[in-house]
Design a protein around this ligand. Sequence first.
Ligand SMILES: [Zn+2]
Ligand SMILES: [Zn+2]
Length: 342
Amino acid sequence: MKAMVLKQISELGENREPLVWMNWPDPEPGDGELLIKVSACGVCHTELDEIEGRTPPPRFPIILGHQVVGRVAGSGAGAIRFTINDRVGVAWIYSSCGICSFCLGGRENLCDQFQATGRDAHGGYAEYMTVPEKSVYKIPGIFTDLEAAPLLCAGAIGYRSLRLTGLEDGQNLGLVGFGASAHLVLKMVRHRFPNTRVFVFARMVKEQEFARELGAAWAGSIEDDPPEKLQAAIDTTPAWKPIVEALKNLEKGGRLVINAIRKEEVDREELLKLDYPRQLWLEKEIKSVANVARKDVEEFLALAAEIPIRPEVQVYGLEEANRALVELKERKIRGAKVLKIA
Ligand SMILES: [Zn+2]
Ligand SMILES: [Zn+2]
């Protein structure tokens, strides 16, 4: 099969073609696994973290990609949940131990043995992949393959982030950063919490305009003061300054949820500007989001079909993955980037 393969860590600023287009042996499904013929794979900020070494794959070469849509093309012994040609998706959770207290409590996202698709195991930047059938989901019929792909990460982790804010209808929500995940959260909030006002903080004017088009009550830059205090906020940026700024905008007792797998080192000194009385005192909370549990993916796909949420997508060929990644890094973002594979 054809695949876009990562062979080593490098900086996208210096190496604009980190993935290599090559022939790769066809994968075979093992016990309990499915073989999936990939048709679409979303491009995620986490791939930049993998390529640049902030969340490095443990082995090379590796095939990235964890927002995979395709059709079941084969199954290993004991894999019985799906039949050939079923349209399915694969998300960031590839596998977990299944027996620890976190796994048994439905928080397998926190399992010590958590394996991520496209980092610890080969993902969807390829024509085929294999995956444990436990980590495979039916895709609701209303979505095209290309629309469904970004729902599997950006949407599912956005869903988890929103759940962790504890937001109630009518409370103000801030979205700090406005990429693929945040734009899906905005759509979820408009459906689930119709009386909630959403305040979007984004670096680019284009992102701010996009937020207003989607129904944000207000949109400005990260440093701007919003017209009202926020009961909750979700940060999806790779930097530290937005955290410090967002805490200042929280209402007393408010909660900031950080949805970022790693923070970049470049602006760490911004943290020294944290002013305890202004930014943390009065019971403000900070909580991070790690990975996704299978339930997040299942519940979010059902919610997305009900609303419905149709992500804005920008389509690239598989062999154009490097260009998609560079454009993501350079924040040429409008909606979600998806590789069309078959
Ligand atoms: Zn992702
Ligand atoms: Zn476990």
